[in-house]
Design a protein around this ligand. Structure first.
Ligand SMILES: *Cc1c(COP(=O)(O)O)cnc(C)c1O
Length: 422
């Protein structure tokens, strides 16, 4: 590591000591929550064996799901290696619960990109408007489920008067996306989600509040069900898998809703009763056990990155001293070249594929070439250090993950050397 770069990173690290103390406190709190759930279940080594075939009475699966329910403070959870991704888990919730004629309402603007085709939206060049005449076959829209959305306010908060106007008697489900995803809006904090749930409940007791919890787990002390949500979903190759789960997704919440999602996942009437854990329970549980620490390390890496780039005069989002509710860090660079240098630095620092150089590439669903850097043990894992950026102004790179903050620190020095030398 070059001396001036090392000094810069060291100085930022020292100034962030009060932030590290706060992260440490959250990590300890969540670690205790997880440990208590393991102990209350009386987890034993035989739970780590895997069921096969139909998976009837799979003890490992039951342990995993019961422990997840405990951690999320709810009655039911579906945690399966056969749920492939966050998108899959979210899709199960939407198709499981919604019926023709129902209305799905997003109260935080446009949802994450992969939901476009599930809902049946086809976004044209302008990302904020959609062409409602085009529908994906098999989408919610194709089945007669309507969709509407309320934008967040410019300050990132909920627009309560607009939400009140948008909720009507066909509104069956409200969608809240906790993470910023790949946009420049702030993540929604648990306190904000709680305020929204309370507001919605006063207007309508029946409407189902669903939270896309991807990238949010263990960033705060509480999770969305504790704030009043009915149903949540997420991916095991993000926060809650702790970098150990090699695949999988989860759904948690009210037991009738989790079962409806499970009906969609296997078959009506069969639901969550089947599904072998195939030996994955061990990695799910070990990942969960480590997740509070891993999430804290990833956050530490994100915040250090924010501080270093702030010090160098770049805009970063969120700022190093901001409250966080997800693990995503964006840095606004100054040119396409800087984006490429940044991504090359992250790639070169990786434990895997460090010798390859990612190139901007046309991606389905994106209007501009996208560059991605990741050298991960699990394909596509974004609790491992990774970053991606569309090559267009405002030249924003989105970075997340990092199984150790020292590794992110080293990666940061690779990035700075490249930016510095060019
Ligand atoms: C990652 C993510 C998803 C989709 O998850 P995949 O596992 O990539 O399918 C959905 N919503 C948000 C906010 C995400 O961050």
């Amino acid at each position: 590591m070059k001396r001036d770069i090392k000094q810069l990173i060291d100085r930022c690290d020292k100034e962030l000591q009060p932030v590290w103390n706060r992260l440490e406190e959250i990590s300890l709190f969540n670690h205790e929550k997880v440990l208590n759930a393991f102990q209350q279940y009386r987890l034993s080594s035989f739970h780590l064996q895997g069921g096969t075939g139909y998976g009837y009475d799979d003890l490992g699966r039951e342990a995993v799901e019961s422990i997840y329910s405990n951690i999320f403070r709810t009655d039911a959870a579906l945690v399966r290696p056969q749920i492939i991704s966050g998108t899959h888990a979210i899709s199960l919730c939407l198709f499981g619960v919604l019926r023709p004629g129902d209305n799905l309402l997003s109260i935080c603007g446009k949802p994450y990109d992969t939901l476009d085709k599930i809902i049946g939206l086809k976004y044209e060049n302008d990302q904020d408007s959609y062409d409602s005449s085009v529908s994906t076959p098999g989408s919610l829209r194709d089945l007669g489920v309507k969709y509407s959305q309320v934008e967040l306010l410019p300050n990132g908060g909920f627009d309560f008067p607009a939400i009140e106007r948008a909720i009507h008697k066909e509104t069956k489900m409200i969608l809240i996306q906790r993470s910023r995803g790949y946009t420049l809006r702030p993540a929604l904090s648990i306190a904000q989600i709680e305020e929204a749930c309370r507001f919605i409940r006063e207007l309508n007791k029946e409407v189902i509040i669903f939270v896309d919890n991807c990238y949010g787990e263990f960033v705060e002390k509480r999770e969305p069900i504790e704030a009043g949500a009915d149903l949540i979903a997420g991916s095991l190759i993000k926060n809650i898998g702790g970098g150990i789960a090699p695949t999988g997704g989860y759904i948690a919440g009210r037991s009738d809703l989790v079962e409806l999602a499970a009906y969609r996942w296997t078959a009506p009437g069969v639901g969550s009763e089947i599904g072998p854990s195939l030996g994955f329970s061990r990695s799910f549980l070990q990942g969960l056990f480590l997740a509070p620490m891993i999430v804290s390390e990833a956050l530490k890496g994100a915040i250090l990155t924010a501080k270093v780039f702030e010090t160098l005069g770049y805009d970063v989002f969120p700022a190093s001293d901001a409250q966080r509710s997800d693990i995503v860090q964006s840095v606004i660079l100054r040119s396409p070249k800087e984006i490429i240098d940044f991504c090359h630095g992250i790639q070169a620092a990786s434990p895997i594929d460090s010798h390859v150089a990612p190139e901007p590439w046309a991606m389905p669903g994106y209007n501009d070439p996208v560059i991605m850097a990741a050298g991960t043990f699990t394909q596509g894992s974004s609790i491992e250090l990774s970053c991606d950026a569309p090559i267009r102004p405002p030249y924003t790179v989105y970075m997340q993950g990092g199984l150790s903050s020292n590794y992110v620190r080293l990666a940061l020095s690779y990035v700075l050397e490249r930016l510095h030398n060019n």
